[in-house]
Each structure stands twice: as C-alpha cells, then as structure tokens.
Design a protein. Sequence first.
Length: 63
Amino acid sequence: MNWTDLFAALSLVLVIEGLLPFINPTGYKNTMMQMATFPEKTIRMIGLGSMLTGVICLYLVRG
C-alpha cells in the first residue's frame, strides 16, 4: 500500500459522508439529534459494527 491509496480512501470517505447532509440537510439534522439521545454504549456498538463491516468489505475487495 502506498500513501496515494490512503489519501484516495480518505477522500472517498469525505465524499460519502458529505452526501447525506448535502442531499437532505433536514433529515440529517433530525438523525443527529436522535443520535445525541442514544446511550454512549449504543453509539460505540454502531461504530464497531461500521468498522467491522468496512474491514470485511476491504478484505473482500483487496483479498
């Protein structure tokens, strides 16, 4: 892996993360307000699930 791959991956993350607030800012705000009421443990589990899904997808793509 080289630095170009890392920066390309981070750039894609920023593009994907920016899609929802750009397309539907009201829905994004409502979602963030609901997430603020979740217990920290729930947010951590969501983050863990997201990371594991990302690792599995990366493994499948990069083999």
